[in-house]
Every structure is written in C-alpha cells, then in structure tokens.
Design a protein around this ligand. Sequence first.
Ligand code: FAD
Ligand code: NAG
Ligand code: NAG
Length: 430
Amino acid sequence: MPLRVAVIGAGAAGLCALKHLTARPSAFTALGFELTSNVGGTWVYTEDTGLDRNGLPIHSSVYKNMTTNLPVEVMAFPDFPFNENLPSFVKHTDVCQYLTDYTDRFHLRDHIRFNTLVELVEPETMQADRTTWHLRTRNVTDPTCGLEDHKFDCVMVCNGHYAEPLVCSLPGQSQFKGLVMHSHDYRHPEVFSDMNVLCLGAGPSGRDISIEMAPFAKQVYLSHKKNKGLQAPLPTNLRQTAAVASLKPDSAVLTTGEELLLDAFITCTGYLYTFPFLAPSCHVKVEDKRVTPLYKHILHTEYTSLAFIGLCHKILPFPQFDCQIRFCLAAWDGSMELPTQAEMDADTECEYKAKLATGEPHRHAHKLAGRQWEYNDELASLAGFPPLPRILQQISDNIDDERTTNVLGYKHMKVEIIAPDTYAFRKYHE
Ligand SMILES: Cc1cc2nc3c(=O)[nH]c(=O)nc-3n(C[C@H](O)[C@H](O)[C@H](O)COP(=O)(O)OP(=O)(O)OC[C@H]3O[C@@H](n4cnc5c(N)ncnc54)[C@H](O)[C@@H]3O)c2cc1C
Ligand SMILES: *[C@@H]1O[C@H](CO)[C@@H](O)[C@H](O)[C@H]1NC(C)=O
Ligand SMILES: *[C@@H]1O[C@H](CO)[C@@H](O)[C@H](O)[C@H]1NC(C)=O
C-alpha cells in the first residue's frame, strides 16, 4: 500500500515535494493543501496588505519592483532550469511564472486543493508503533465553513517562513507619530516620496528597500548593528547609521546619542516560524527562531512521519528543497535507515552546540550560509542521491562578494555557464 502523504502549502517547497511524490505512485499518494488560489507562495505578488478577501493574513512578502538577489542559474531546481532567454536577476513575476511552468510540466495541479487552509494536524496512534495523522482543513471560500477531516500516513510541512513579521518594539515606539511599517507590507517606494525614512535592519530586505526608496525619499537611513554593514558605493541620500535606541514622536535616537528627524520607520527585522495548525500533541517547539526536535532540520525525531521542508536560511532555497525532500522520502520509503530517536536528538544538539561555540546566536539555529554545501552533500550521501553540482557553490560565493562590494550594480551582471564546471560573469545588456 502506498503511503498517503499530505503536503501543506504549494509554494516552491510544496511543489517540489509533490513532484517527487507523484513521480512514485507505487510508494506514495500525495495531496497538497494550499490556502490561496495559486501556486507559487511568496512569489505571488499582491497589492494588498493586511487581510485577503477570505479574511486571512496576506502571505506574500514580495514588493512591486522586486528582482531576485540570486541569479536564476543557482536558483533553479536541479532538473528544471529557468528560461534561458532571461537575464540572471529576474523580476518576481518571472519566478512565479517559473513555478507555474514547473507545476504544469509535472502535472501537479490535480494533486492540490486550493483555497484550503490546514487548520489542525494531530498524531493519532492506532497501533503501538504506527502513527497516523488527522488533518482538519477548511475551504476558505465556502460560506458554510467547509470543514473536512482527513487521515494520512505522513505530513510534509511546507508553509514558508516569510509571512509572519517579527515586530520589534522599541522604547517610545507607541509615541512615534509617523508611518510605521514592516517590510512584509512594503510594496511601493513612491509612498515615501520626500520623506525622511529609516529602515531598521540591514538584511536582504533592509538593503533592497532602502536602495529602492532612495530616488524618492528625501533621506534614507539604514540602521543596523553590524560592524561593517555595506562597504560599497551607495546613493548619496542613503546613510548607514548605528542601531536605534528609542523613538520620540518625530525622531529616532540612535545608540550613539544622535537624533534623526523621521517621517517614516520601516522595520526590516525579519519573520517568525509559525505552525498554528500543529496540535500540542505534535510536540513541536518553536523557541525564538529554533524549531525542535528536528533531525537535519527536517524530520521530527519522535514522529519521523512529520517533516519540515525549507526551514534553513542563508541558502539556495530551491536546490536545497530538492535535497531535503529526497532525504525525507528515502527515510519514509525505508531505503535509508534512520538512527534511533536518541541518536538523532544527539546529532541535532551536537550541531546546535557547535554553532553556538562559533559565536552564532541562538536565533541562527537554522542559518547555514557557508555550511549549506556540506549539509546538502550529507543529505545526498545519507539518502543515496547525486549531490548538487559544485558550480552552484562557486557562483554563489562569487555573488556574495559582488553583493557586498557592488550592491548597486550586481543585478546587472549575467552569469554565463560555459561548461558544467566553468562560468563567467559579464555585464548584462538587454
Ligand atoms: C522578499 C523576499 C525575497 C526573496 N528573494 C529570493 C531570491 O532572490 N531567490 C531565492 O531563491 N529565494 C528568495 N526568497 C526566499 C523564498 O522564500 C524562497 O525562494 C521560496 O519561495 C520559499 O518557498 P516555500 O515553499 O518554503 O514558502 P512560500 O513560498 O512562503 O509558500 C508557502 C505556501 O504555504 C501556504 N500555506 C501556509 N500556511 C498554510 C496552511 N495552514 N494551509 C494551507 N496552505 C498554507 C501559503 O499560502 C504559501 O502558498 C525571498 C523571500 C522573500 C520574502
Ligand atoms: C524598478 O527596477 C528597475 C530595474 O531594477 C529600475 O530601473 C527602476 O528604477 C525601478 N523602479 C522603481 C519605482 O523603483
Ligand atoms: C469550496 O467551496 C466552494 C463554494 O462552496 C466550492 O465551489 C469549491 O469547489 C470548494 N473547493 C474545494 C477545494 O472543496
């Protein structure tokens, strides 16, 4: 009997899961649940902020003029390149189209229930050592509520982690009279025309948004705690500043004591992991951006039929999703034997402690960055599938350098793949 697998979410991770599952009908039957009416997850742009027409929080964090900060040559799933006529750095609409093409190419649409919110996931132990899963879903367009119950052998959680803003509260913030916005709700730079605006946080969103606003705003401040920050030519009205200590009705006071007059304040402080559908009996803990107890950031060590795809950050998302999903399926189909629960927990703790020992904070528990290559390779060798091509790392490292030293220009570069292990960077002209 094939294992019945539920996939929660039809963004890049959920689509990749469905592709692998549906390719093996003798081992798996799969059903995806997607709360919106489209595939693509965060890449489905919407002008709306706040709540959608079904009264649910808007999922997408993409803004109107966003282009990728990775070239498509390293973004793609291993078996499905982007259209070769595209530049390297593409608009969000191109990524959304790519995911739609992927869905159509692998005939995934028929395996997805759209407008369907997974409200509850709970383990049901029928026999001593066999867990099945009870899912309750809600048809969000059905005025009569449309609740349904389902039973599955396995659950893959692919709900994304850029939808629930991490909101900061600074001393005095409630007195601030200007515009306050989280980057999740940022859509257009024109909103900030002629304003003095401060972006708090110099992660990818903070950098991109502050650069995009500069031609419109009077003055942009990019405030962060990093020692170095951006060391590259920046727009003349974009200034990097120290962290904000407190807010006053129309200004921010920095940790240096300097006071900046402000009309708007954008928090680019990131997002939270949330799994509101997991019952307490799932025994999943989320503590300040660390999700436990997960083996290799994927498999629940107590309930190995519960998996999480895409929790890691500072990585190449689509290629890593593919590795994580293959690893998970090798565990579920029995082709890879898992260590005992105690051994898996020990492995997880060991990795976590080693990370803390290098000075990384707790909230970076799922941040991989330079360790992603070794991690992806380990998944491949444990599960017995081919590792990702080396060239991904080389291009990715090269882009990381460009992004810090040439933040205004790197998106105009084209990555040219010359041979399987050779590439060149050149200036791109449309
Ligand atoms: C601003 C921004 C810029 C980015 N830039 C890049 C980039 O340049 N290159 C790159 O590779 N990556 C980039 N990323 C990372 C991006 O998140 C990943 O590429 C990838 O899209 C994540 O896919 P996902 O499937 O994990 O999550 P998502 O795309 O968030 O998809 C999750 C899906 O789950 C659904 N869902 C959630 N909860 C439920 C529920 N309870 N029931 C049913 N359905 C549910 C949602 O509706 C959504 O469709 C960027 C992210 C952001 C926010
Ligand atoms: C949108 O992006 C393009 C290309 O990156 C840029 O030339 C243009 O000025 C941007 N428009 C706005 C409104 O930021
Ligand atoms: C949800 O409910 C609407 C309205 O009753 C119905 O048309 C639609 O087919 C239902 N969708 C699913 C996936 O059950």
